[in-house]
Every structure is written in C-alpha cells, then in structure tokens.
Design a protein around this ligand. Sequence first.
Ligand code: ADP
Ligand code: ADP
Length: 207
Amino acid sequence: MLRIDDLVVRYGAAVALDGVSLHLDAGEMVALVGPNGAGKSTLLNAVSGLVPAASGSVTCEGRIAQVPEGRQMFPDMTVEDNLVLGGWSIRNRDLSEVLDLLPDLVRLRKAKAGRLSGGQQQMVAIGRALMAKPDLLAIDELSLGLAPLVVAELAEHLRFLNRDRGTAILLVEQEVSLAFDLCPRTCVLEAGRVVAAGPSAELAESE
Ligand code: ADP
Ligand code: ADP
C-alpha cells in the first residue's frame, strides 16, 4: 500500500535521504530505526507530504495520518477539542468511535491537554491521528520520554489497531528492542541510507 522508491530528500545542499526504498503491504507494521540524524523523521515527513522529494517517489494507496514527534498538542485546549482537530478532513471518524478505540481517553475528555502526563498526551496524539480514519499510521518516536510501563500500554493499543482494525503502522523508534518487539519487520537507516532491512527476529539475532 505504501511504496517508497529511490527517494532523495535534500535540505539545501545537505542530503537527508540518499536513495531510500521501502515497501509496506496493507495492514503491515514496520519499524524504522537508526541513530539520531539518520533521516527517520525526514522519511516520515516525506511520506506525509510535509517535505518534498528531490527525486524518487512516494505513493500510498490509502490515507496516512502522522503522530508527530513530541506529540504537538494545543496545551490550553481540552483533549476533546484536540481530538476534533484531527477530524477536519472529508472522511473522518466521530469522536465516539475514537473514544471506543482508546477508552482511557473518555475520562480525560474535558481535561486540558497541557496538564496530562506524557503517556496520556501520546494517547491523545494517537487518537487525533485516528480521527482521520487512516489506513496507515505513521508514528514518530512512540516511547520518547515515557516510562516502560506506559510504553507497553501504548504498544498494546497499537497491536490492537493493527491486528483487529487492519491499520498499517510505520513506527519510528529509538528504542530498538521495542521496535523489534512490536513490528515484525524493521528497516535500519544510517546517514540517509537503508543499511539493513528484514524480519525483526533476524535483525535482532545479528545485532
Ligand atoms: P532522525 O529523525 O533520524 O533523527 P532527521 O530526519 O531529523 O533524522 O534528520 C536527518 C538529517 O537532516 C540530519 O542531518 C538533520 O540535521 C537534517 N535536517 C532535518 N531537518 C532539517 C531541516 N528542516 N533543515 C535542514 N536540515 C534538516
Ligand atoms: P530528531 O529528533 O528527529 O533528530 P531534531 O530534534 O533533530 O529531530 O529536529 C527537530 C526539528 O528541527 C525538526 O523539525 C527538524 O526538521 C528540524 N531540524 C533538524 N535538523 C535541522 C537542521 N540542521 N537545520 C534546520 N532544522 C533542522
């Protein structure tokens, strides 16, 4: 459903992605790992159309919604209003559908987003993306700054979305063990190039 072929992205003279290819089937869950500055966020942003390709191509058969790095809430607005902002597009979910998918958000509906814990904010950021009824959820750094127990809970929600709802997931993750654990397939980026890709179990063995 997602085909990235020979993608090159430049920021001025700097090459951030240097010929990256990555394919995702419908309903797949794939991790993107690699050191800081490898180009992971750039790749997600190119998939979402936020940064242009210098050459190569990105084609997606379905709809993409991104969970941005750092969650990016409107802190003075309620959780509910932050969620509704995700449903601006023509094909979207009702708030109640997203609350069914993420029931922990029900009791937080009227809370100001800025007062929530990091894990709760990440849940809101995922919910906001789900409002757009995406076929592909692109998540930039799920675990950043969160306690392991909180991450495990979020990961459980993603598994459910993937297995039961068929949502494809492209996960950028610094925590390699989490990436391997959650995603059957992993792609390793270094300095704008794919240096390894394949089943996570095989990559984990060769580490
Ligand atoms: P990662 O997400 O793997 O940490 P990024 O995609 O953020 O990597 O960055 C890839 C490279 O592109 C880095 O060298 C980074 O400094 C550079 N870069 C990212 N965004 C910009 C930008 N807006 N302008 C200039 N350079 C950028
Ligand atoms: P990451 O944590 O993914 O490496 P950064 O913290 O490096 O991302 O970057 C945060 C923001 O700054 C992003 O929007 C990125 O595009 C931008 N950015 C990163 N590197 C540069 C750069 N060298 N010049 C300008 N903007 C950059």
